[in-house]
Design a protein around this ligand. Structure first.
Ligand code: RIB
Length: 304
């Protein structure tokens, strides 16, 4: 099935630096390679939806230099009518990917800061026609607050990938259908340790007690942990060769939402999302790897 997904979030130009080891304070190092590509958690989630054949409207802002990127996004299948070009620089992310395929990212939000409440109000009609909304935290927090209330008022399910993590208000938590932190983000959201599985479970349960309907904690090679008010289950990751981890989490989120919208059981949705992430990390082009056909074929090939 195809769904109408609204993604509210960031667009960045990702400056990729392929290094042996992350640069340390005071060091100058040479990268093995460097590229610039389109990214941002909003853009990546949106492309994840397109790869799964969903209709996706991206709500974001770019700088005045961004027209060519908007054309490219339209060409890639995204609905770009609500994208605004503003008097700022397009967001940038500076990403080191080391030889172990770990990454570290610094984001300069630039035009993403213009994804404001006023911006959402200008596009509210289109936004509230979505069947589901996805977002992340590379846009202003007051926008997230407004968006969560709007989705609640219109009975639209909302997924928040809380990255980069900051503490969220109780009102935002109460309005959240799906919250998908990794373990580090979960610790920041809850002020609780998340080093062990027991600690991770306790922190996820804390968020459910606060009113989040479903918490999915992503745990890298350990897969993910699903928690709601009656269920708790760890879903193993698939073991694959890692090429590029950047954007895999965003594909995971798009795939999880897709499966939930198809009314699958949340544990199946976690498996489906793990499969999408496994495909994404085997490629430098995460979203074109995690297509619906590839995900379904991957799941079939890995049936027990
Ligand atoms: O999740 C990966 C994304 O995080 C990158 O594309 C980068 O832009 C940062 O937003």
């Amino acid at each position: 099935m195809q769904f109408h997904v609204a993604v509210v979030g960031s667009f960045n130009l990702d400056h990729m630096l392929y290094v042996k080891n992350f640069v340390k304070a005071g060091q100058t190092i040479l990268a093995d390679d460097a590229t610039i590509r389109m990214g941002g958690k909003g853009f990546n989630q949106a492309m994840g939806c397109i790869a799964l054949n969903d209709h996706c409207v991206l709500f974001t802002c770019l700088g005045n230099d961004g027209q060519n990127y908007v054309h490219t996004m339209t060409h890639l299948g995204l609905k770009t009518d609500c994208i605004e070009l503003v008097d700022d620089v397009t967001g940038s992310a500076f990403i080191q990917l080391d030889q172990t395929k770990e990454n570290c990212i610094v984001v300069a939000p630039g035009a993403n800061n213009a994804v404001s409440i006023a911006y959402l109000k200008r596009h509210e009609d289109v936004l509230t026609h979505g069947q589901v909304v996805m977002t992340q935290l590379e846009i202003p927090m007051e926008t997230i607050d407004y968006l969560s209330q709007l989705c609640h008022d219109h009975d639209i399910p909302l997924l928040l990938n809380p990255a980069p993590a900051v503490k969220l208000s109780d009102a935002i938590l109460r309005h959240m259908t799906w919250l998908t932190p990794n373990q580090g983000e979960l610790s920041i959201l809850t002020d609780m340790p998340t080093e062990t599985m027991e600690q991770t479970i306790a922190a996820a349960r804390y968020l459910v007690d606060k009113g989040v309907k479903h918490v999915v904690v992503t745990m890298g090679s350990l897969g993910c942990l699903y928690v709601d008010d009656t269920r708790l289950e760890q879903v193993d990751a698939y073991k694959v060769d890692v090429v590029d981890t950047v954007g895999a989490g965003d594909c995971f989120n798009a795939a999880f939402v897709h499966a939930m919208m198809e009314h699958h059981d949340p544990i199946y949705a976690c498996k489906f999302a793990n499969a999408a992430a496994a495909l994404a990390i085997q490629s430098k082009d995460s979203y074109s790897a995690a297509t619906i056909d590839n995900v379904l074929a991957f799941l079939k090939a890995h049936e027990n």
